[in-house]
Write a protein that binds this ligand. Sequence first.
Ligand SMILES: NC(=O)C1=CN([C@@H]2O[C@H](COP(=O)(O)OP(=O)(O)OC[C@H]3O[C@@H](n4cnc5c(N)ncnc54)[C@H](O)[C@@H]3O)[C@@H](O)[C@H]2O)[C@@H](O)CC1
Length: 468
Amino acid sequence: MDGYLVEQIRAAEAHVFELLDPDVLMQRAAAGLAAAILRRLDGAYGSRVLLVVGSGNNGGDALWAGVRLARRGVVVRAWRTGAKVHQAGWDAFLAAGGREVGRDQALADLQGWDVVVDAVAGIGSRPGLDQPVADFAESCRASGVRVVAVDLPSGVAPEPPFVEAPHFTAALTVTFGGYKLCQLTEPGRSACGEIELIDIGLDLSEPEVYQWQPADVAAAWPVPSSDSDKYSRGVVGLDTGSPDYPGAALLSAAGAVYSGAGMVRHLGPLPVINRVLDAFPNVVAAQGRVQALVIGSGWGQRKDTKTVAKLMAAGVPLVIDADALRQLPGAGRPTALLTPHAGELAFLLGVERSAVTTDPLAAVRQAAERTGCTVLLKGATQYVAAPGVHTVQLAVPGPSWTAQAGSGDVLAGIAGTLLGAGVRTATAAVLAASIQALAARATPGPVPPQQLAGTLPTVISALLDAEP
Ligand SMILES: NC(=O)C1=CN([C@@H]2O[C@H](COP(=O)(O)OP(=O)(O)OC[C@H]3O[C@@H](n4cnc5c(N)ncnc54)[C@H](O)[C@@H]3O)[C@@H](O)[C@H]2O)[C@@H](O)CC1
């Protein structure tokens, strides 16, 4: 799933307008919207649909969809929220038997609508809603009436910067031409509900983001072959944990072991290694060659501050997590993966945390360019940026239960296994974040990270067995 900026959508639309009547795209959008609504109605005839119509073309889409619904016997009413309305759409709507209602009637009948269509604004949406509309949107949310958003839920900004403001919350968003960034990334994604993309014939350029699907993860996951051995599958070194934070060593080992490393060497301090070996007798303590190295998880304050610079200068693929992020040298390389959360990324960039959370896409790109490393920004949406690569990749999303201490340590271990198996750095980052999200989807709830890590083998095999 590719995600685009508004300016890319508008440029593609302008290109079509050079060839076709401008009305053609709106009719394609309206036809797709009407069909999506009809599929969700329990019979068209006599069903009741309310259109909440703003002043732009987004409202026009809804009105023309209303025409199609009215012709199928649906009772369609429209509340005009602005001073203006798409005039041709409005005239056709009235001619097809649609009728105007005021805000009070729209609200009084709330439980009586089978669908409320939010067409206040689409890609022209500024964040937030005027008070009467905001109150209506909140009443819809509280009542549980089915809201279908046209292109995007009004009040949500189509792309970053994201600000907190009143908006509609939809059960379904019917979007046109291409996905917008707010549909693929939080906080907008949760407001969209299910998303249906209608092809209106736009020819779009290089996407801003690529959203991975479970089938993509299955296709890219490294699977051993008949001639594989522990060395060819990849030896992962873990220099993780410390006497103060031994748990991080255990959790990174769990991530590496349960995601399928050929061999795991633990290279941390001695008392920590012993605890790891007690829990995972398959882990090796002896020094030796590794195909990837995970560092930083649970280090605490290490006295030696040169470790990261030395390892960066060596060629081995690296996962640089947690405390090691504070020791980054000036020059990095794309085969080193940084795994910050928003606070750590803010530290790396020397900005406030809020600058990262309002525009995570810009922040993760900036971090990749500035450090020269591949960057996985962890959080509700997980972004992967690589230096010199425009499109940012988004991991498969999962429930927020993984927002807990220890999840990052497991994730670092999984990423280490994938790098050790020879997977490209950015792909390894997306796969690691995605498989953890898929594990949390499969076992939702307050599951501790060590237990969730233990489900990885089942989740991976189910994914590989699934039909594409
Ligand atoms: N450009 C085109 O030809 C096409 C556009 N389409 C539809 O048109 C939309 C874009 O149309 P427009 O460029 O007219 O812009 P919109 O209709 O998305 O929004 C602009 C209008 O809404 C008002 N507005 C913006 N934010 C608001 C808010 N938060 N609360 C209340 N009012 C708000 C603005 O004052 C302006 O009048 C798309 O999202 C899509 O739904 C589709 O018909 C496909 C073709």
